[in-house]
Write a protein that binds this ligand. Sequence first.
Ligand SMILES: [Zn+2]
Length: 306
Amino acid sequence: MSATCPVCDTQSGDFPVIHAAVRDATDDYAPKALKCSTCGIVFLWPRMDAAAQQVFYDSNTQLLNTHGDDFDWDDYTRRTRADVMRRVAFLTPHLSMDHRLLEVGCGYGFFLSEIRGKVATAIGIEPGAARQAFAKDELRLDVRSPPLSTAGIPPASIDIACAFQVLEHIDRPIPFLSEIRDVLRPDGLLIVEVPNFADLYVRLSAPYRAFHFQSAHLVYFAPATLQRVVEASGFTVESLIGAQRYAFGNALHWLTKGRPQLKRPSRNVESGLARAADRLYRRCLESTRRSDTLICIARNARTAAD
Ligand SMILES: [Zn+2]
């Protein structure tokens, strides 16, 4: 199929189609997932244009598509908390009270709200109007609109930049990460978390694979392609690790019923034996990077002399 790769700019008339439909295709937008034969990245084509993307984020379409009429704010915040606390625990050893931290794509600001007491300054960037308003008005956070280049953040002023489940939403990941690098100090730390296309269940379960492709996710990263994109953006990758957000019970639900356990996908095991099985399951997926999530830890490769 004819397209332009969002990572290496290769234009080709015969990119292979990896998946023929996204789970939330509409009459107006029904892209296919293609694989670039040059750099290996998987991406949606055609791309959603910028105006359609803003409408998508302002109307909270991704959440509503996933949860439908069942969407419940309290349940959503409880489930989000597991991810927030995992990220806080992960970041804490890297933090110091004189650090300036930036989170790009901060959503409602739950992570920034937890982390702000551990750093000197915490700044968020968020395109969604309702999320940005909640973060500013309810949580009293410093949250600004994209693009980062006009958000009033001086070059080389940030010590740690994070983007959790954001890079897959960006049409051109390398310019996006390069903008983050511009505001990071030399040797500053970048933490990027994305869904993992090398997730074992994308291979094992046809319904899970069909669910994996959604119109909000424009690019699909596996360990090698994520490393390549981060390095091409001017960073040195320190580590690229697997993280499993969803529990063993959610995988069983997929394999037996062909659908997710949306209410409690990350904490659905109660007995001691089930907890032990869940721990083993997560360890196996994470150590082989066949987990549902990848985390890349990288440093700004620019030095003070550059
Ligand atoms: Zn490419």
